[in-house]
Ligand binder design. Structure first.
Ligand code: PLP
Length: 394
């Protein structure tokens, strides 16, 4: 029986390899950090983690996880509503609401699950979701799982968004869905303009702030703080797997009734295990660190500015912006892959992204800055970019 599908799968895998899109995984033998040891390569400078604040192996976070293991145990072996809710989970939900300036928060195992469960629980065929074309896969999948009408607008194009709002006037509810920061470009969504349009057309706004929570805004609350629209977003989703500790977990933080309905209806919440206590506890500690000091964000900001400025001066085509996602544009797919390989040979871990993840002809090396990088780290990376560019040109 397996023979038929086996042959077909093998063909598909061959096609993927031939197209140059087969993904392999480098294996690390150290904790996540600015420097990691990679099997077969040795030490590398890591420029591709979402470890924006350097908390993934921060001593205070590791200590919080250790303490939680002793105090709360390892796992919950239950979903939340059966016997999987500890005071710790409630505490983290309340803490996130306070930090984000929202009414209520509900935890999920991941932001992928948060986005996967959100739309279906709230909307039905009488409603419409209007989604930015570059939204994360989890938003796209979440929208697919609900019966609402789906409309798309070109990335950041407010005229198209308005056209879609006009076009969907007959829907009972309309929800605009956007990433707070688009992960391939590091561009912020124009939340101020989006909120204005939502007000004018009586629509709700949902923002996935996975790449901005802990990073953007004067206090690190995220892109709603960055744009001064803190009280105007109806639904925020986000991850605990990037700046906020870097382990795993996600949330929806929103109006009270929205969160309450999600507790009753969101399928990934009802049918998937609770967040592990050490992760919940360490996430609380991460929020403490983020709130009690601007130092990590300041370092991240300085690193980002340094890298963006030097790379641009050296003639690299860096997408403009201020986010620690710094895409170095290459254009042609094969050239981007060669540049990434050359960088790896020089001890710099950075990944090339090409079609279909980004549009054809816009392949790039996506670098990501971290508060854990030193200026010397970044200068080393810049030097290797220059050397690798020379090699790839010949
Ligand atoms: N949303 C966005 C914008 C992301 O970049 C990611 C992670 O890649 C996710 C959601 C998924 O987050 P998680 O890893 O918590 O599932």
């Amino acid at each position: 029986m397996y023979g038929a599908i086996q042959a077909e799968l093998a063909d598909r895998l061959d096609e993927t390899r031939q197209a140059g899109t087969y993904k392999t995984e480098l294996v690390m033998s150290t904790p996540q950090g600015a420097h990691v040891d990679v099997e077969g390569r040795g030490e590398m400078l890591n420029l591709c983690a979402n470890n924006y604040l350097g908390l993934a192996n921060h001593p205070a976070i590791v200590a919080a996880a250790h303490e939680a293991l002793d105090r709360w145990g390892y796992g919950m072996a239950s979903v939340r509503f059966i016997c999987g809710t500890q005071a710790l989970h409630r505490q983290l939900e309340a803490r996130l609401s306070e930090f984000l300036h929202t009414e209520e928060t509900i935890l999920f195992s991941s932001c992928f699950d948060a986005n996967g469960g959100l739309f279906e629980a709230l909307l039905n065929e009488r409603d419409a979701v209007i989604s930015d074309q570059l939204n994360h896969a989890s938003i796209i999948d979440g929208i697919r799982l609900c019966k609402a009408r789906r409309l798309r607008y070109a990335n950041g194009d407010m005229d198209e968004l308005e056209a879609r709002l006009t076009e969907s006037q007959d829907a009972r509810y309309r929800l605009i869905a956007t990433d707070g920061v688009f992960s391939m470009d590091g561009y912020f969504a124009r939340l101020d303009a989006i909120c204005d349009l939502a007000d004018r057309h009586d629509a709700l706004v949902m923002v996935d702030d996975s790449h901005a929570v802990g990073v953007a805004g004067a206090h690190g609350r995220g892109s709603h703080e960055h744009h001064g629209v803190i009280e105007r977003i109806d639904i925020l989703t986000g991850t605990l797997g990037k700046a906020v500790g870097g382990a795993s977990g996600g949330y929806v933080s929103a109006r009270t009734e929205i969160v309450d309905i999600l507790r009753q209806r969101a399928r990934p919440y009802l049918f998937s295990n609770s967040l592990a206590p050490p992760v919940a506890s360490a996430s609380l500690r991460a929020l403490d660190l983020i709130e009690s000091s601007h130092e990590l964000r300041r370092r991240l900001h300085d690193n980002t500015e340094h890298f963006r400025t030097r790379m641009t001066q050296l003639g690299f085509d860096v997408l403009p912006g201020e986010h620690p996602i710094v895409p170095v544009m290459v254009g042609e797919e094969v050239r981007a892959a060669r540049l990434a390989a050359e960088l790896a040979d020089r001890g710099v871990y950075a990944v090339s992204f090409s079609y279909p993840v980004v549009p054809r002809g816009t392949a790039r090396i996506r670098t990501q800055m971290s508060a854990a990088h030193t200026t010397q780290d970044l200068d080393f990376a810049i030097e290797q970019f220059v050397g690798a560019r020379e090699r790839v040109a010949h």
